[in-house]
Design a protein around this ligand. Structure first.
Ligand SMILES: C[S@@+](CC[C@H](N)C(=O)[O-])C[C@H]1O[C@@H](n2cnc3c(N)ncnc32)[C@H](O)[C@@H]1O
Length: 285
C-alpha cells in the first residue's frame, strides 16, 4: 500500500493521530470517517458533494453523471438531512475562524426550484457569501427555463463569536469578484464531475495568501483535485471518497503534479492589483 493511500478504514485506524490522515487519500463513507476525528482539526474545507440529481431529465447537451460506487438519487428530504448531518460534523471538526467552500447548484424537480439555502440555513455554519460559478457551457437544449449555465459556491464560516466577521481578503484576491468565469474540467476522464483545478487554487491562495502548511480537507474528494491544489500551494491535504477507484485515481493524478503547473501559473497571474485604491484616488485629484 502506498504511504498516502488508505483503501479501507478499519477500527484499528485512530484518526485522533494527525499522521493517520495528514496528506492521505482515504476510502471511506464520510460520516464514518468524521466520527474518528477530534474537534477543531481542519483549517479550510473545499468540496462538491453529489447533487442528488435525477439523471433522466438531463437533456441532450448535458452529460449524465454516474458515479462509480454511489447512486446519486435518494429521496430529497433524506438527501438534505444527510447533507445537514455532514455539514454539522464538519463544523465540529473545523477550527474556529475556518472557512468552508461548498459547491452546489440550483436544481429543479417537477417544475419547482430546489435551492441549496433550503438546507444550508439549517446547519451551524454562517453563510458568508454566495459566489456564482459561470461555467460558460452550452445549456440544456430544452426551453423549460433560460438555460442554467452556472453553479454556486457557498463561502461558509465558523465564527469565534457572534460579532466575528472573519479576516479580510487582501485586495489582490478580493478583486476577483463574486462571479467566477471558469470552464469545466475536460481533461480528467476517470471521474464524471471533477472540479477545474482553478477553483480550489483560487480559494486556497485567496484565503491563505503566502502562508503555508494549513490542513485543507475535501470530504467528497472524487479525483483529488482539492488535494492537488493544496500541495501546489504548500499546504497539507486530506481527501476522502467512498470509491476505491476514485481514491486510486486521485493518487495517480497527484503523482502528475507537474502537469498542473501551467494552470497554477495562470491562476496566480489573476491575483494582482494593478493599481492600489490610494493610487487611483491620487489620479482622480
Ligand atoms: C461531485 S464529486 C466530487 C468531485 C471532486 N471535486 C473532483 O474534483 O474530482 C462527489 C464525490 O462524492 C463521493 N461520495 C458519494 N457519497 C459519499 C460518501 N457517503 N462518503 C464519501 N464520498 C462520497 C462520490 O464517489 C464522488 O466522487
Amino acid at each position: 500500500m502506498k504511504k498516502n493511500l488508505i483503501k479501507n478504514i478499519s477500527n484499528t485506524f485512530n484518526f485522533f493521530n494527525e499522521q493517520d490522515f495528514f496528506n492521505k487519500f482515504i476510502t471511506s463513507d464520510i460520516l464514518s470517517f468524521l466520527k474518528k476525528i477530534k474537534n477543531e482539526t481542519f483549517d479550510l474545507i473545499i468540496t462538491s458533494p453529489p447533487y442528488n440529481k435525477n439523471e433522466k431529465n438531463n437533456g441532450i447537451l448535458v452529460k449524465k453523471i454516474i458515479y462509480d460506487n454511489y447512486k446519486d438519487k435518494i429521496n430529497e428530504k433524506e438527501y438534505q438531512e444527510w447533507q445537514i448531518n455532514v455539514l454539522n460534523e464538519i463544523y465540529r471538526t473545523s477550527k474556529f475562524g475556518s472557512s468552508f467552500f461548498y459547491n452546489h447548484r440550483i436544481r429543479y424537480e417537477l417544475g419547482k426550484i430546489i435551492h441549496p439555502f433550503e438546507w444550508l440555513k439549517k446547519t451551524k455554519w454562517r453563510i458568508r457569501q454566495e459566489i456564482i460559478w459561470n461555467r460558460n457551457i452550452a445549456g440544456n437544449i430544452r426551453g423549460w427555463r433560460f438555460w442554467p449555465i452556472e453553479e454556486r459556491i457557498y463561502w461558509l464560516y465558523k465564527p469565534f463569536h457572534e460579532k466575528d466577521k472573519g479576516q479580510e481578503l487582501k485586495p489582490r484576491h478580493a478583486l476577483l469578484t463574486s462571479i467566477w468565469n471558469i470552464r469545466p474540467e475536460s481533461r480528467n476522464k476517470g471521474h464524471p464531475s471533477p472540479f477545474p483545478i482553478e477553483i480550489p487554487l483560487r480559494i486556497i491562495f485567496s484565503l491563505f495568501d503566502d502562508q503555508k502548511n494549513k490542513l485543507i480537507f475535501d470530504p467528497f474528494g472524487g479525483s483529488g483535485t482539492t488535494a492537488i491544489a493544496t500541495k501546489l500551494l504548500g499546504h497539507n491535504y486530506c481527501s476522502i471518497d467512498i470509491s476505491d477507484n476514485y481514491t486510486l485515481l486521485s493518487q495517480k493524478r497527484f503523482n502528475q503534479l507537474n502537469s498542473f503547473k501551467n494552470k497554477f501559473d495562470q491562476e496566480v497571474k489573476f491575483h494582482v492589483v494593478k493599481k492600489t485604491y490610494q493610487e487611483r484616488k491620487k489620479e482622480k485629484k
